[in-house]
Design a binder for this molecule. Structure first.
Ligand code: SF4
Length: 271
């Protein structure tokens, strides 16, 4: 991609995430320009992704996806959901729609199963529905949802091409984080979704999504910009769009992360 195109994409992304205010008085690292006037995209510090440069092009090299050191999930004295008979996403969606396994079922208007391509190579996983999502029964449809759509668009993905879901399928009251019991129940649906969709890549948005998948807690600074091995699926973690709305300074790391994800995706997936 030409430098001009990269700059255009970056400023379009900046405008979408933060309006017309520019937050950098210098060009961000993601599009630093070297002496030969080539754009350089940098993975985060300690990343397991490196860059080789050939003529005018950045080639991303992924060393082994990093194994995450997971701790044992807390033992809760509650029954697992039997999803062994479920063979399709439609059947799973119906099971979710009828689910009353955790207290979140009482206040919901709609369950939010997830939307997108059932054969997606990229699955996006967030935390839980908010008010707009609960109202419409679809994930990421409020302000944060619009931002997610724009982020995807900036790296040439449409929402229809990927599959978007959350850890929890019902809205926690007051948009609080889902608690341990709610996550324990609902992540079983997520695991089944992943098993049925079989994505090659996962983008986990925010620490709730990452910590639920990895069964361990982290700081975002330590895990973003790397590729992890989650059950054989290359998984990247970045900030949740809602966090990005609160703190526009995080748009730069998100931009860096999703551009690298796109590159790795292109190198692996040949449609
Ligand atoms: S949040 Fe998940 S486990 Fe809880 S009631 Fe809704 S679908 Fe069921």
């Amino acid at each position: 991609m030409s430098l001009k195109k990269q700059l255009e994409n970056y400023f379009t992304f900046t405008e979408k995430t933060s309006g017309s205010i520019l937050y950098f008085d210098t060009l961000p690292e993601a599009i630093n320009v070297n002496k030969k006037n080539k754009a350089i995209l940098k993975p985060a510090n300690n990343s397991n992704i490196s860059i080789k440069q050939s003529v005018g092009t950045n080639i991303f090299e992924l060393k082994q996806p990093q194994k995450i050191a997971s701790v044992k999930a807390p033992k809760l004295d509650i029954e697992a959901i039997d999803l062994s008979e479920i063979k399709t996403l439609e059947e799973l969606e119906e099971a979710v729609a009828n689910c009353k396994k955790c207290p979140l079922n009482t206040a919901r208007k709609n369950t939010v199963f997830g939307t997108g391509n059932p054969d997606a190579n990229l699955m996006i996983i967030g935390e839980a529905p908010g008010a707009d999502e609960d109202e419409q029964g679809k994930p990421f449809v409020g302000r944060a949802g619009k931002l997610l759509t724009d982020i995807l668009k900036a790296i040439n993905f449409s929402r229809e091409e990927v599959f978007i879901a959350n850890i929890c399928k019902c809205r926690p009251p007051g948009n609080r984080r889902p608690n341990t019991e709610e996550v324990y129940f609902c992540e079983q649906y997520l695991h089944k979704q992943i098993e049925l969709i079989k994505p090659k890549f996962i983008l986990a948005l925010g620490l709730t999504a990452a910590d639920t998948l990895f069964k361990s807690s982290h700081k975002m600074a330590d895990i973003r910009g790397k590729i992890f091995d989650y059950q054989g699926i290359k998984t990247m973690v970045t900030y949740h769009p809602a966090a990005l709305l609160r703190n526009p300074n995080w748009k730069r790391p998100v931009w860096e992360d999703v551009k690298i994800l796109r590159k790795l995706y292109d190198e692996e997936v040949h449609d």
